[in-house]
Design a protein around this ligand. Structure first.
Ligand SMILES: Nc1ncnc2c1ncn2[C@@H]1O[C@H](COP(=O)(O)OP(=O)(O)O)[C@@H](O)[C@H]1O
Ligand SMILES: O=P(O)(O)OC[C@H]1O[C@](O)(COP(=O)(O)O)[C@@H](O)[C@@H]1O
Length: 317
């Protein structure tokens, strides 16, 4: 069983425009709204593959009702914690060459009782062997230690704890030793506090996180693919995309692909990395933060390379 926790969900509004011009009136040629927030996206990607997960999230007001409706349409079972504030709207401006500009609102503040209701909702769903993925930023009112505090509590219940976050919440959770973290390059740089310019640098950084007590690091590297490091495991893989349309939600799709595989085949790291890469690549070929289904994922076969060249420069730089 997989549970996703999204403390700061969003309505993701994507606008297609010919070209982003600062200070001009720009006419959009099209647009879409998706239920968003990192854990919500993971649940949507799993649902698109017929895999049930429960999305735990705080929602309030008319925008909250709209988000719940979108989740329902996507076939995602949700455990909604009703809160006073309305979810944020995150806007993506997408240009034809695949460049996206994103503006994320901070999201509504949560009260102490709303935060503890959210924790109780997750705890109430967990049984031994459950995977819990805590994903995304924390809104005001939620302490930076939120994910870090959840790790021992969920572990005591026999859960595997996955965290995908950034900033102070990421720094705090690194010390709590979750089972898996999914940093992108920027977050990995932030985690180790030094620049990373080669695949070898990424592997060293991931190993440093393992020494701090994290079991597995899935480092996503945009067009360069991803590196997976765990005890006795160091894998690098890629999945080619000729024309990325929108990278929004690609990291969430990648995590969903990994969880879909590892939750049923716990020792198959190579298979999980390949599945993750196919999900991530497929997501970049879709508009907005649309999550890929099986046919779309099958169109992006991944390669897990036999050898990792530590001196390979990262193209994200
Ligand atoms: N331009 C791209 N070409 C091919 N794959 C991509 C591209 N951008 C992202 N991906 C895929 O999506 C995954 C997640 O993207 P990344 O940008 O690293 O994460 P995040 O969305 O969390 O910032 C990558 O590991 C890769 O598999
Ligand atoms: O919680 P944050 O960090 O503001 O991120 C939320 C945003 O990230 C997304 O989950 C996309 O994430 P990725 O592009 O990193 O996969 C959007 O759906 C959402 O608008």
């Amino acid at each position: 069983m997989i549970i996703t926790l999204t403390p700061n969900p969003s309505l993701d509004k994507t606008l297609q425009i010919p070209r982003l011009e600062r200070g001009a009136v720009v006419r959009a040629s099209g647009g879409r709204v998706d239920a968003g927030g990192k854990g919500v996206n993971v649940s949507r990607a799993l649902a698109a593959h017929g895999l049930a997960s429960t999305a735990v999230l705080p929602l309030g007001g008319a925008a909250g009702a709209r988000l719940a409706e979108l989740l329902d349409l996507a076939g995602v079972p949700a455990r909604v914690v009703t809160v006073a504030g309305e979810p944020r709207v995150n806007v993506t401006v997408a240009e034809p060459d695949g460049v996206t500009t994103k503006i994320n609102e901070p999201g509504p503040a949560l009260s102490l009782s709303e935060v503890s209701e959210m924790v109780d909702a997750v705890v109430g769903l967990v049984s031994p062997g459950t995977w819990v993925a805590g994903c995304g930023s924390l809104p005001s009112g939620v302490p930076d230690s939120f994910y870090a505090d959840l790790v021992p509590r969920l572990r005591d219940l026999g859960a595997h704890v996955v965290v995908d976050t950034s900033g102070p919440a990421l720094r705090a959770v690194l010390a709590a030793g979750p089972d898996l973290v999914k940093p992108n390059l920027e977050e990995l740089v932030e985690a180790v506090g030094r620049p990373l310019s080669t695949l070898g640098d990424v592997v060293s950084a991931a190993r440093e996180l393992l020494e701090r007590g994290i079991s597995t690091v899935l480092a996503s590297l945009g067009a360069d693919g991803a590196v997976l490091v765990s005890s006795g495991v160091c894998l690098y893989g890629t999945a080619r995309v000729s024309r990325p349309l929108s990278t929004v939600g690609a990291g969430d799709a990648l995590l969903a692909g990994y969880l879909a595989h590892i939750s049923s085949a716990p020792a198959d790291f190579g298979g999980a990395l390949a599945n993750a890469l196919s999900f991530g690549a497929a997501a970049t070929s879709l508009p907005g933060s649309r999550m890929p289904g099986p046919d779309e994922v099958a169109a992006f076969p991944a390669t897990v390379h036999e050898r990792l060249d530590p001196s390979q420069k990262l193209s994200l730089l």
